[in-house]
Design a protein around this ligand. Structure first.
Ligand SMILES: [Zn+2]
Ligand SMILES: [Zn+2]
Length: 253
């Protein structure tokens, strides 16, 4: 039994849970240990099952809780060496396992595959988690879908996939022009349209569940993102995530 849940998703904090009966991993730690625990209790997940935390990049919404979660839970934290060098020391646990994007790591019977992605960070990477014969992807903070992302996504049974902004809302929205340009650039985020394109080009036949993730509060609406992807009429479930509360816990088969 594999369970997945977005405990937080968006620019206020990111934390994605992937686990089986015995072990779980957390991808990103953008909320405090206290908040993580509270949200896990809310949806009936056990924090003690998490045995490792993997960090995608050093932006605060992905590492704010890294130290507190690893140290309080006494579990291993993983990040790439260049991400480590560019992270604010206050967020870093005393012991960290360093890796290079492209490495695969074992946590009990779970395998975590890392690969480089395009985003305005020191050494951004994404992860595909192999667990009980299933593949779960965590793909957020992506400027442009590169070939590695397309390949890993095509293998997924479920994924947390970014649908960050609606093109029209971004350009008409409140951000200064240089930030709008940054969001829309190849080092920024995926728009709803880019997410739809990625699904059309690369979703595999095993895909059963897609969590739309890292949805912007200012430049998107959950309904816009859901409608854009649902209009594809694909045979998988499309679910929202939230910055304020945990998503549904979904069992992947
Ligand atoms: Zn982010
Ligand atoms: Zn980021």
């Amino acid at each position: 039994m594999v369970q997945i849940c977005a405990l937080a998703s968006g620019s206020n904090g990111n934390a994605y849970y992937i686990g089986n009966e015995n072990t779980a991993v957390l991808i990103d730690a953008g909320i405090s240990r206290r908040q993580l625990h509270k949200r896990m209790v809310e949806v009936g997940l056990k924090i003690d099952k998490i045995k490792a935390v993997f960090i995608t990049h050093e932006h605060t919404d992905h590492i704010r809780g890294f130290r507190s979660i690893c140290e309080r839970q006494q579990i291993s934290g993983y990040m790439s060496s260049r991400t480590y060098e560019d992270s604010r020391p206050i967020y870093l646990p005393s012991k960290i396992n360093l890796f290079e994007p492209g490495d695969s790591m074992n946590v009990a019977d779970i395998i975590v595959h890392s690969f480089a992605k395009d985003h305005d960070a020191a050494d951004p990477c994404s992860f595909r988690i192999e667990i009980d014969g299933l593949s779960i992807g965590v793909f957020t903070d992506i400027g442009v879908a590169n070939d590695k992302l397309k390949l890993h996504f095509s293998l997924c049974h479920a994924a947390f996939l970014e649908a960050n902004y609606d093109e029209a809302m971004l350009w008409a929205g409140p951000y200064p022009t240089y930030i709008k340009n940054r969001v829309a650039s190849d080092k920024g985020h995926l728009s709803n349209d880019q997410t739809v394109e990625l699904i059309q080009s690369s979703a595999g036949e095993h895909l059963s569940t897609l969590f739309l993730s890292h949805i912007s509060a200012d430049n998107n609406k959950i309904d816009f993102a859901l409608k854009a992807v649902e209009s594809l009429n694909k045979p998988f479930k499309v679910l929202p995530t939230s910055r304020h509360k945990p998503s549904e816990v979904v069992e992947i088969k």
